[in-house]
Design a protein. Structure first.
Length: 573
């Protein structure tokens, strides 16, 4: 074993050192391990690979390639798998209730695997939306040296000589319903929109959280935007395995890297790239794993003062492949740092600070995707926080690419997404309406469903900017239009959204950051007295347990107290 590592001080000593661990070692010998390999640090390689969707189909192969890097660095790799729920397939039906819940299951399953087998470090490979924050939450919770690797995005499809993504297919469903897209064209589009392996190509949730991985310091520089089919992903996997052993040698841990300043940097990058509103759930949840108080309002305050500089879908023109070719997220961070929008001091998994990493980047004036902060696409971020009488605990809207930032109209209220989608599909929504979908929050859903099927159908009908949509649920990173999510308190907790009635006037101002229900307080008081909590349909199993333990969206919809209540950290057992 390398003299760089003192195994007697690492967690794996509990399963590999001393005469009393002879039974444990017998299992390792059964798997063909040598005495030398048993004597090295054990590195868990967690993969979210599976056959559920193209987001995840290359992850196991990348994780296996990572083994070589771990071995080169003096460690012994131990690969294991976790689940995913793929949003594109879960979307628009009851399966979406499982999506956000899966983030917690992913983090919990990785924690349990590492704790049970006493691994000394972790490299995590993830592809679909919730597997990225779930993987990083586990790393922060365990606090062993760790590196996060994104499996890479899908390449764009081509249809009628233009780049397309899966969001184009969702929107084409609405066009079909409106009679503006023949079935033959919808069928042709669905067959080419997703041409191979990788996660959704726009700046949707997966790519947003991949950017967060680099901005917050848990991923190797410019590693996450390389598309899944690129050969360079193999080099990245090996490099991650090799570098995690350097972190073990230095005892450089995730919480040393993910300071409050690092979370603020990550929020800046989300806003600057027009990223998914889901980041406002995932960043607070990740921060909780470090014991850092960082809620929706903290995120929104940063969004408010960050220029929008990356011309990415769904609000813009380009996809992750283009971002990679333009220089990756570090190219965007280069101009943000030069403009004074990033803190250069947080440490990263390179063993150097973010600022030191960015020093190696040369600005490319010829690329078209990332604008300098001196002439941004817009002076404030692509994502905005809202607060007001309808959402005392806050709400969030993605304004990247929007032309209209104020909206006032009468409410059209639905108590579940299915009813709202049916009304949209039958063209029963009037222009100027504010669609309210409630009882879809973390507790009330349960599971806080995304509403991409409904919002995409609205766009397909040509109603995308002619109505607003408000929900205590959430939206896909692919959603565009005046769509406000994470309204809190949620309806299940008796928040004001539970008291809205058809015809009530709702006023939204994304410039001022306000969202108000224009109903007299006395009227609302009478409604509140008559309000009764609703029982949901999931009275057993994982969704029942989630509904019993989940907290509000403003704090990340987390299910446990986090590091602030810890009495010990796994890494120090």
């Amino acid at each position: 074993m390398s003299t760089r590592f003192d195994k007697s001080r690492l967690p794996s000593r509990h399963v590999s050192l001393g005469p009393e661990r002879a039974p444990h070692r017998s299992y390792y010998y059964a798997m063909g391990m040598t005495e030398e390999e048993i004597g090295r640090p054990f590195v868990g390689i967690a993969s979210a690979g599976n056959d559920s969707a193209p987001c995840n189909t290359t992850l196991d192969a990348q994780a296996d390639i990572c083994r070589a890097g771990v071995e080169q660095g003096g460690g012994t790799p131990r690969r294991f798998n976790t689940i995913t729920v793929t949003d594109g397939i879960a979307m628009g039906h009851q399966g979406m209730k499982s999506s956000l819940v899966s983030r917690e299951v992913i983090a919990d399953s990785i924690e349990l695997s590492v704790r049970g087998h006493c691994y000394d470090a972790l490299v995590g490979f993830a592809g679909c939306d919730k597997s990225l924050p779930g993987m990083m939450m586990a790393m922060l919770r365990l606090n062993v040296p760790a590196i996060f690797v994104y499996g890479g995005s899908i390449l764009p499809g081509r249809f009628h000589d233009r780049d397309v993504t899966v969001v184009d297919v969702f929107e084409a469903v609405g066009q079909f319903a409106a009679g503006n897209c023949p079935l033959s064209q919808l069928t042709a589009l669905e067959q080419v929109a997703c041409p191979g392996h990788g996660a959704c190509g726009g700046q949707f949730t997966a790519n947003t959280m991949a950017c967060v991985g680099e901005a917050i310091g848990l991923s190797l520089p410019n590693s996450n935007m390389a598309p899944a089919p690129y050969k360079s992903r193999e080099e990245i996997a090996v490099a991650a395995g090799r570098q995690v052993m350097e972190l073990v040698a230095r005892n450089l841990r995730p919480r040393d890297i993910c300071t409050r300043a690092a979370f603020e940097n990550a929020a800046r990058v989300v806003a600057a790239t027009g990223g998914s509103t889901n980041a406002a759930l995932h960043l607070p949840a990740m921060a909780s794993e470090c014991g850092i108080a960082f809620d929706l309002f903290d995120v929104a305050e940063i969004f408010k003062s960050t220029p929008y500089i990356a011309d990415l879908k769904p609000g813009g023109r380009y996809v992750a492949k283009d971002m990679h070719e333009a220089g990756g997220i570090y190219m965007a961070m280069k101009t943000l740092l030069d403009g004074g929008f990033l803190d250069p001091e947080p440490m990263t998994v390179t063993g150097r600070t973010l600022g030191e990493n960015i020093e190696e980047v040369t600005w490319n004036p010829d690329q078209k995707v990332i604008y300098p902060v001196s002439r941004p696409l817009s002076p404030t971020g692509g994502v905005v926080g809202l607060k007001g009488s309808l959402a005392p605990e806050g709400a969030i809207v993605k304004v990247a690419g929007m032309h209209r930032l104020q909206f006032t109209g009468p409410a059209r209220v639905f108590d579940c997404e299915e009813d709202a989608f049916a009304a949209v599909e039958s063209r029963a929504i009037a222009e100027g309406s504010v669609i309210v979908i409630r009882y879809e929050g973390p507790k009330g859903g349960p599971g806080m469903r995304e509403m991409l099927s409904t919002t995409a159908a609205l766009y397909g009908l040509g109603m995308g900017e002619k109505v607003a949509l408000i929900t205590d649920g959430r939206f896909s990173g692919g959603t565009r239009g005046f769509c406000i999510g994470h309204v809190g308190p949620e309806a299940a907790d008796g928040g004001p959204i539970a008291l809205v009635e058809d015809g009530d006037t709702i006023a939204i101002d994304a410039e001022a950051g306000t969202i108000d229900l224009l109903v007299e307080p006395a009227v609302l008081d009478r409604r509140r007295q008559g309000w009764q909590p609703r029982a949901h349909d999931y009275q057993s199993g994982a969704l029942w347990r989630y509904a019993r333990t989940v907290g509000p969206a403003v704090k990340g919809a987390i299910t446990h107290p986090g590091a602030a209540s810890e009495t010990h950290t796994y890494a120090d057992i």
